[in-house]
Each structure stands twice: as C-alpha cells, then as structure tokens.
Design a protein around this ligand. Structure first.
Ligand SMILES: [Fe+2]
Ligand SMILES: [Fe+2]
Length: 448
C-alpha cells in the first residue's frame, strides 16, 4: 500500500497506465520506465528471501519448496481432522478473491514478453520457453490468460471497473517489465524468479476452491507447471545462472534481488483473502445496484412504511434497508435462504425479480442470509475436477483457418519481418485472440 501512496503522489493514474501498457505500449515507454524506477526504489533488495550468492540459489529453492510441502501436508492433516477452511469462509469470499486478483491474472506472463526479441540467444531459452508455456504454446485450453478470462466470465465477475487502484499495481509492473526488457533484464529475471516459486497460498486456494465447487483449473495448472524440479521455478533459477555476467556479478545479483522484491508490492493474494468482509462487500455491490435500480420499482411494495424507490433514492441506505428486511421477516438470517421471502423473490427462474442480480451478487446475498447456518452445513461440494474443456470441433476448425490465413500473410513478408510479425501478435493484449494463438503455435514450432 505504501508503494501505491507514493505512486499516486506522482499524480499518475495506475489504472490508465495499466490500460496504456496493455493496448498502446510503445506510446507510454517513458511512463513505464519512470514507474518501474520509482517502484524499484521502494523494493528493498536486502529483504528478498534469497541467498547472498547466486551459487546457492538452487539449493535454496529446493529447501523452500520442501518447507512449503511440509506446511501443506500439515494443512491437509488438520483439515481432515475437521478444522474449517483456512482461506475462504464461503463461496462469495472465494469469488471476491478471484475478482480482486483478476487484473494480475489477466496479464499472466507479461513480464517476459520483451525477451521474445532475443529468442535466438541461448541464455534466454528458459525465459522464452516460460513465456510460451504461459501462452499454452498457442493451445486455447492451455493459455493461462484465456483460462482465467473464461473462469471470471462464467462466474460473472469480469467487471473490474470498481476495484481499488492497488489491484492494478502488480499487473502494471508486469506489463512495464515486458516492454523494457532491454533495460531491466536483471530485474525481469529476478521478478520471474519470485513469481514462479510455488507458494503455500496457491496450494491452499486450489484445495478450497475445489471444495467450494469452483473450477480451480487455473490454479492447479500453476502447481504442476511452476514446480521446482522441472517446471517454471527451475527454469527461473537457471535463467539467473545463464545470465550471470563474468564481471560485476554482485551488482547483477543485487538487481535480480530487487526485481524479486517487486513481487511484494501492491495487493497480495493473501492480503485480498484476509481483507474480505461479507457485510461490506454486500453493501458495496447493492449500493452500485441501487444507483441503476432507482425509480424502477412500482410503489405497491412498502417496507417499514417506505416504498422501494424511496429506500433506493439516496445512497448509504442499503444497510438500513437490509435491517428493515430482517425486521419485517422478509429475510431470515442464519437459516436456509429458501426460508426467506426476499430470497425466493430474486432467486428461482419464476421469481418476479429473476435475472436482476448477477451470479456474484446472488452468491453474496445467499451467503450473507445463510450466515451461521452455512457454517453448520459444512458444505463439501465436490467441484469440477477442472479438466480442461473439450475443444469444440467448430472452434478447432476456426483455429486451423486462422493459422492458414496467418501463414499466407507471413509468406508475403521478407524473412526478417516474419518473426517480428509473430512477436507482435503475441503481445499481452493479443496472444489470447485467435490470431495471437495461431501466431504462438507457429512461433513455438519454429523454435522447436
Ligand atoms: Fe501462468
Ligand atoms: Fe508460471
């Protein structure tokens, strides 16, 4: 948070920079540079959880990994003994988490985009490979950004407009690094090293999302792909050693550690999880809704002597309205929501207000009404095991067509332009489009 305050003191709009670096990066390089420098100043390298010398890096990573595995085993043990979930109190809480980390997840891998330019340099091999794997080598059901986009669309939480600014900080850092690989390579290598470690919170989130019946494919994928023996974590460590200069190793290592520390800035996954407050989030969402719904109700329905239009007429009344709904027995908290008249009014597909609330809003209302009843239920819904969705043959055909069209375009270009064209299509804002996916597949094949 401290970093965001500092950043805002620069009078730069972090959301605007996120969007600019995503959609028109070449016009905003000096802002990106300025932003990165200011954030690097805040990232103290001595705090990085890394050894003093890069020679001990691999051993250090393996040790950390073993510690995470032990902590996770302990977590599973206590859960099996009947302890409640550690992260998510209910489904609404989990959806809140998915929405709040979305600006970061939607640019997954972006910090490595710039290294594609150096694909022919063997020292870049592991970083280039990691970027391609983030993009699923152009296979739509393996492209991390596409998987996350699909997840939040299915949960109806893809509106990110009203998120606080600090949610955009990590994503902006990633996009900025991806545009300035020529100047910030050691920092990118360090950031990548930090990002690709397997954290305990990822293991626990995956377990609890699945338990709540929420597709955890995106998270599970990162457990397997970021592992320390063969996955991205291993590649990240190798990239440090491959790029160590023969002179000035200490200075290089210092910059790597500083880049590693960038992972600590902005809103963290665990921060987002612990800050969740169901009452507050419900009121926020309903206040937003009220702004749109004002004057759209008939005056027949009165609660506590006031019409719904009167209740919604000015902001800040939602908590009082919820109180009134309880007083008048429209809402019976801490029992099955089906017992509440208000819930029946909004929920079933024959209900008078069906379709007014999004899935996320319904989940918040449901979990708020159910309250302690939900905890008693100890709902253990087994979720979809998150197997990647089967490719639709029509979609597959259109992907093939896209590839053929791209190959035709490439054939009209001189050899040196072809790779450049592919790389342009693999930018963070484009790689998940049909054209971007086709470009990634062709690029991956050329490399192998
Ligand atoms: Fe990823
Ligand atoms: Fe990764």
């Amino acid at each position: 948070m401290q970093t965001l305050t500092q950043y805002q003191a620069d009078k730069t709009d972090i959301r605007a920079l996120y969007q600019s670096l995503l959609h028109a990066p070449t016009h905003h390089l000096s802002e990106a540079r300025h932003f990165l420098r200011s954030q690097l100043q805040l990232a103290a390298p001595h705090l990085a959880d890394l050894p003093e010398s890069p020679a001990r890096l691999e051993a250090h990573i393996l040790m950390n990994n073993a510690r995470t595995a032990r902590a996770y085993r302990e977590y599973i043990k206590v859960r099996r003994q009947g302890q409640p979930r550690r992260f998510f109190t209910n489904r609404a809480h989990a959806l809140y988490f998915l929405r709040n980390v979305a600006p970061t997840k939607l640019v997954d891998g972006a910090w490595l985009y710039g290294v594609l330019q150096q694909w022919h340099d063997p020292r870049m091999h592991d970083l280039v490979r990691t970027y391609l794997e983030e993009l699923g080598d152009g296979e739509p059901d393996q492209n991390h950004v596409l998987i996350y986009r699909d997840l939040i669309a299915r949960k109806d939480i893809q509106d990110l407009e009203s998120l606080p600014d600090d949610r955009f900080l990590q994503g902006t850092l990633q996009l900025a690094l991806g545009q300035l690989a020529g100047e910030f390579l050691p920092e990118i290598i360090g950031f990548n090293l930090g990002y690709e470690q397997l954290p305990l919170h990822l293991l626990i989130s995956t377990y609890e999302l699945t338990e709540l019946g929420i597709d955890a494919h995106y998270f599970r994928l990162h457990i397997t792909i970021d592992n320390a023996s063969t996955g991205h974590a291993r590649r990240a460590a190798r990239a440090v050693l491959d790029n160590l200069p023969s002179e000035g190793q200490q200075a290089f290592w210092r910059r790597v550690r500083q880049g590693y520390q960038l992972n600590e800035l902005g809103a963290s996954s665990t921060g987002v999880i612990t800050e969740f407050n169901l009452d507050r989030e419900l009121c926020r969402v309903l206040e937003d809704k009220a702004r749109v719904a004002r004057h759209m109700h008939s005056d027949f329905c009165r609660i506590d002597g006031r019409t719904i239009n009167e209740w919604l007429d000015s902001s800040g009344q939602i908590a009082a309205l919820l109180d009134a709904l309880q007083q008048k027995d429209w809402i019976k908290r801490h029992q099955d929501p089906a017992n509440s008249r208000f819930w029946r009014l909004i929920q079933s597909n024959r209900a008078p207000m069906f379709g007014v609330f999004s899935d996320y809003e319904l989940q918040l209302l449901h979990d708020w009404i159910a309250g302690e009843w939900l905890e008693e239920q100890q709902l253990r819904i087994t979720g979809r095991r998150g197997s990647p969705s089967q490719q639709d043959p029509l979609v597959e055909a259109s992907h093939r067509n896209e590839e053929v069209a791209l190959q035709k375009t490439l054939a009209t270009l001189p050899e040196e332009e072809r790779t450049r064209h592919l790389i342009e299509l693999m930018a963070p804002a484009r790689h998940f489009t049909p054209q971007g996916l086709a470009a990634t597949r062709l690029f991956s094949r050329r490399l192998s």
